[in-house]
Every structure is written in C-alpha cells, then in structure tokens.
Design a protein around this ligand. Sequence first.
Ligand code: ADP
Length: 476
Amino acid sequence: MATVAVPKIHKNFINGEWVEARAGRSLENRNPANREELIGIFPSSTQEDVNDAVEAAKAAFAKWRLLPAPRRAEILYRTAETLVKRKEDLARDMTREMGKPLSETRGDVQEAIDMTYYMAGEGRRLFGQTVPSELPNKFAMSVRDPLGVVGLITPWNFPMAIPSWKIMPALICGNTVVIKPAEDTPLSTYNLVQILTEAGLPVGVVNVIYGMGPDAGAPLVTHADVAAVSFTGSTETGRLVNQACASSFKPCHLEMGGKNIILVMDDANLDLAVEGAVWGGFGTSGQALKIGDGLDPETEIGPLVNETQLQTVMKYVEIGKNERARLIVGGHRAESDGLANGWFHEPTIFADVDPAMRIAQEEIFGPVVALLPFDSFDEALEIANRVKYGLSASIYTRNVNEAYRAMRDLETGIVYVNAPTIGAEIQLPFGGTKNTGNGHREAGTAAIDFYSEWKTLYIDYSDRLQRAQIDTSDHT
Ligand code: ADP
C-alpha cells in the first residue's frame, strides 16, 4: 500500500517566528491533480495578524535600511545558491500545489534563482546620478532611498517566480516586507522565505501572512504603516487595490489580467508559429498533448489550479459555443484514466472567432485558444490593439518591415518577434499596458525604480549663499 507524507501544519512568519493566526482559522492546500492529497494546512489570517507582521517589518526597517546594500546582497547570493541546490524539490512541491508540469515548475524556480542573483548584483550598483551643478563649488547627485515596509500580494500562476520578483528588489533597496501569497500556493512562498531565513536574513525583514484576499490581503493594502503595495492578480482585484491606495497616495504597482495575441502572417515559418502558439496557449510543447499529473515526466498539460478556475474555463467554452465560434479541439473537462480526482480540462481550440466575441476579448486563464482570421497586416494590428489587456503580443513573419511595424505599433508592454508570447527574461522590464498594468514594471532595473524613491542631494562648498537660476553671472 502506498504511503503519503503527513500534511504539515504551517504558521505565519512574523518577526522571525512561526506563529498561529490569532483567530485560529486555517486553510487546506490540496493537490489540484488529485484533490484527495492534502499537502498542508495554512493559517487563514486576519487584520490582527497583518498588524503584527507590519509592526515587525516596521521595527526591522530601522536597521535593515542602514545595512550597506552590498551586505544585503550577500544574503541574496546565499539564497540563490540554496535555491539552485534545492531546485528539484522546490519544483516538485510547486507541481504538487498548483499542477504545472515539472519542466515548467523547474523554470519557475529558475526564474527565482535568476532574479535573486540579478538583484544581489544590484547591491553593488543601485545607480543614481552625479551631474554638474550650474553653480561653482557645488556638488549635485541623486541617491535611491528605500520606501519602508512594502506589502506584497501574489497570485498562484508563478508561485515562486512572482514572489521573488517582488521580494528581491524590495530587499536590495533596503525595504522590509510583508507578503500575502495566493491561498492556492502558500507552500512555494514558505519554501522561498525559509531559504532566505537560512541565508541569514535578520528577524522581521520578511514576514509572511497566509490567507484569503479580503481577510488578509485587504488589511495589508490599507495599513497606514505600509509605504507601498505591489500586487499581481486579476484586474478586478487590482482595481480594489488601486482604489484602496488612492486616498493616502500610496504607491502601488499592479500587474493584472492578460489576453496575449499572436499574429501569424502568411510568410511566417508556419511550423515554428504553431509550435510557439501551442506553447504560448497551453503553456507546454509537444504534438499530442498529454494531460495528467505534472509530476509524471510524460505530462504536458497539468490541471487547473482549483475548481473555480475549472468552472471558469467550462463557462467560457459554453460562451464560445453560444457565440457560434467553431469548436475544433477539446471542449470538455478531462475525467478519464484517473483524472477524475483533479481539475483537468482538455486543451481547447475555437476557430472562426470574431474579434467582438467574448472568447476573443476576455481573460480565460485556462487551455482555451481562439483563432481569428484576418486579411491584412493592418487588420491584424487592429484586432490585436482592440484587446483591452496589454501584457504581450507576438508576430511570426519573415518580413522585416512588418516586424518593425509590429514592434512600434502593438500596444503591449512586451512584443516578441518569431517567438511565443511567454518567455520574458528577468533582466528587462516586465509588465503590461491598459487593463494589465498601471505603468510600473517588474524585473530589471525598472523594479528598482518602484522599490526606491529618489532623493536629490545638493552640497554647496563655496561658503556663501549661491542662488540657483538667479546668480547667473560669472563667478568662481
Ligand atoms: P487570481 O484570479 O489570479 O486568483 P485574484 O486577484 O483573485 O487573482 O488573487 C490574486 C491575489 O490577490 C491573491 O493573493 C488573493 O488572495 C489576493 N486578493 C484577492 N482579493 C483581494 C482583496 N480584496 N484585497 C487584497 N488582496 C486580494
């Protein structure tokens, strides 16, 4: 008889200690490929827990901001090294809690490794500007100040990558952190923070609050001692976060829904385009896509993360049919061959989709692809730019003129040429336009811009009053 590990009972991480949620409630973390497998039990936190975590982060900020950034970076380097060593176990945990095949969860952990090394490198840069002053015997420069306590709220789709995109730049800039991970993927954040702690992160610098969005996320956003918020999730929740931050002018970075478009021109390498579209659309590669438990090396499509997500996908399949799009592949929940215990759905393709249809405009967040015919480059561009989201778009073409026009005219934050709509690298800005983002970017040095604030410094060593813009005559 097979044995299973006893599910671990987890706690919040506040001020360097693992503590129970004050209200004593908890949430189950189950495997979406087999919902009978209980992975762990996590606290369901409320305002009181958030208050404790923010207080700890605020106290820790007083020292952390003064630790030289290259010293902060040493902790990040050690973290990255441990992530490398434990990559396989971390990927397996992630597949168990959210379903992506192992090849993809390894990629997710790798992205966290890349980001951690990258931001560790920033510890010896964090560039500001030194510029000439217009007055003699005067020095002018700008430096980056940390913001204070930052509140981070993350989704389930990249359970370690996204927390790392937020935590690492926040830390290297000298901020302290309270993070509320998605209720479906708490284990990967636990693993990441555990490794940071082992690497020597001082007490209170990163605190973790588990729980549901309205109970544990909302109080973090509105807390008066949280200086800035970074949120990745749905556009609906992003709007709430934005509104909650507005009244106190709290900076917030929002990374929200998406609907990525691939333009396949008639001169494209069609095999390459199909391969890219399958990868971009279904998050996996291969010819005959095998659905199953992501821990099985043969699996190319894992389950949806939870029942709600499966129901959303099934709802959109019905919407597509009612809109009279032509269903050419899939369209059903996958329940055969031991899949009935998980939230699986067949990869699904609709053809003859009109740009006005909901399945062409709305985010589905599941293995459903819409094929839209077009006659000219201009028409394709119009279809692409009509979408109200703006994360990424791609064009497959061998026509250099159209490739450049697409790069210039597609209204998304990321444009790929002859590559699928996923595959961002961490050393460049990541983020979207329109209903996907609010102008900030993650990754690269763009992330540093969000997690720090400019301070401009003027040092006058002339020993007399010098007035900028007024004392314009020659003097030494
Ligand atoms: P998704 O569709 O990706 O699950 P959500 O926006 O529902 O997107 O969730 C993303 C993150 O936002 C999760 O950590 C969730 O718990 C959190 N969240 C949900 N509602 C709120 C809210 N009202 N305030 C703050 N955070 C929230």
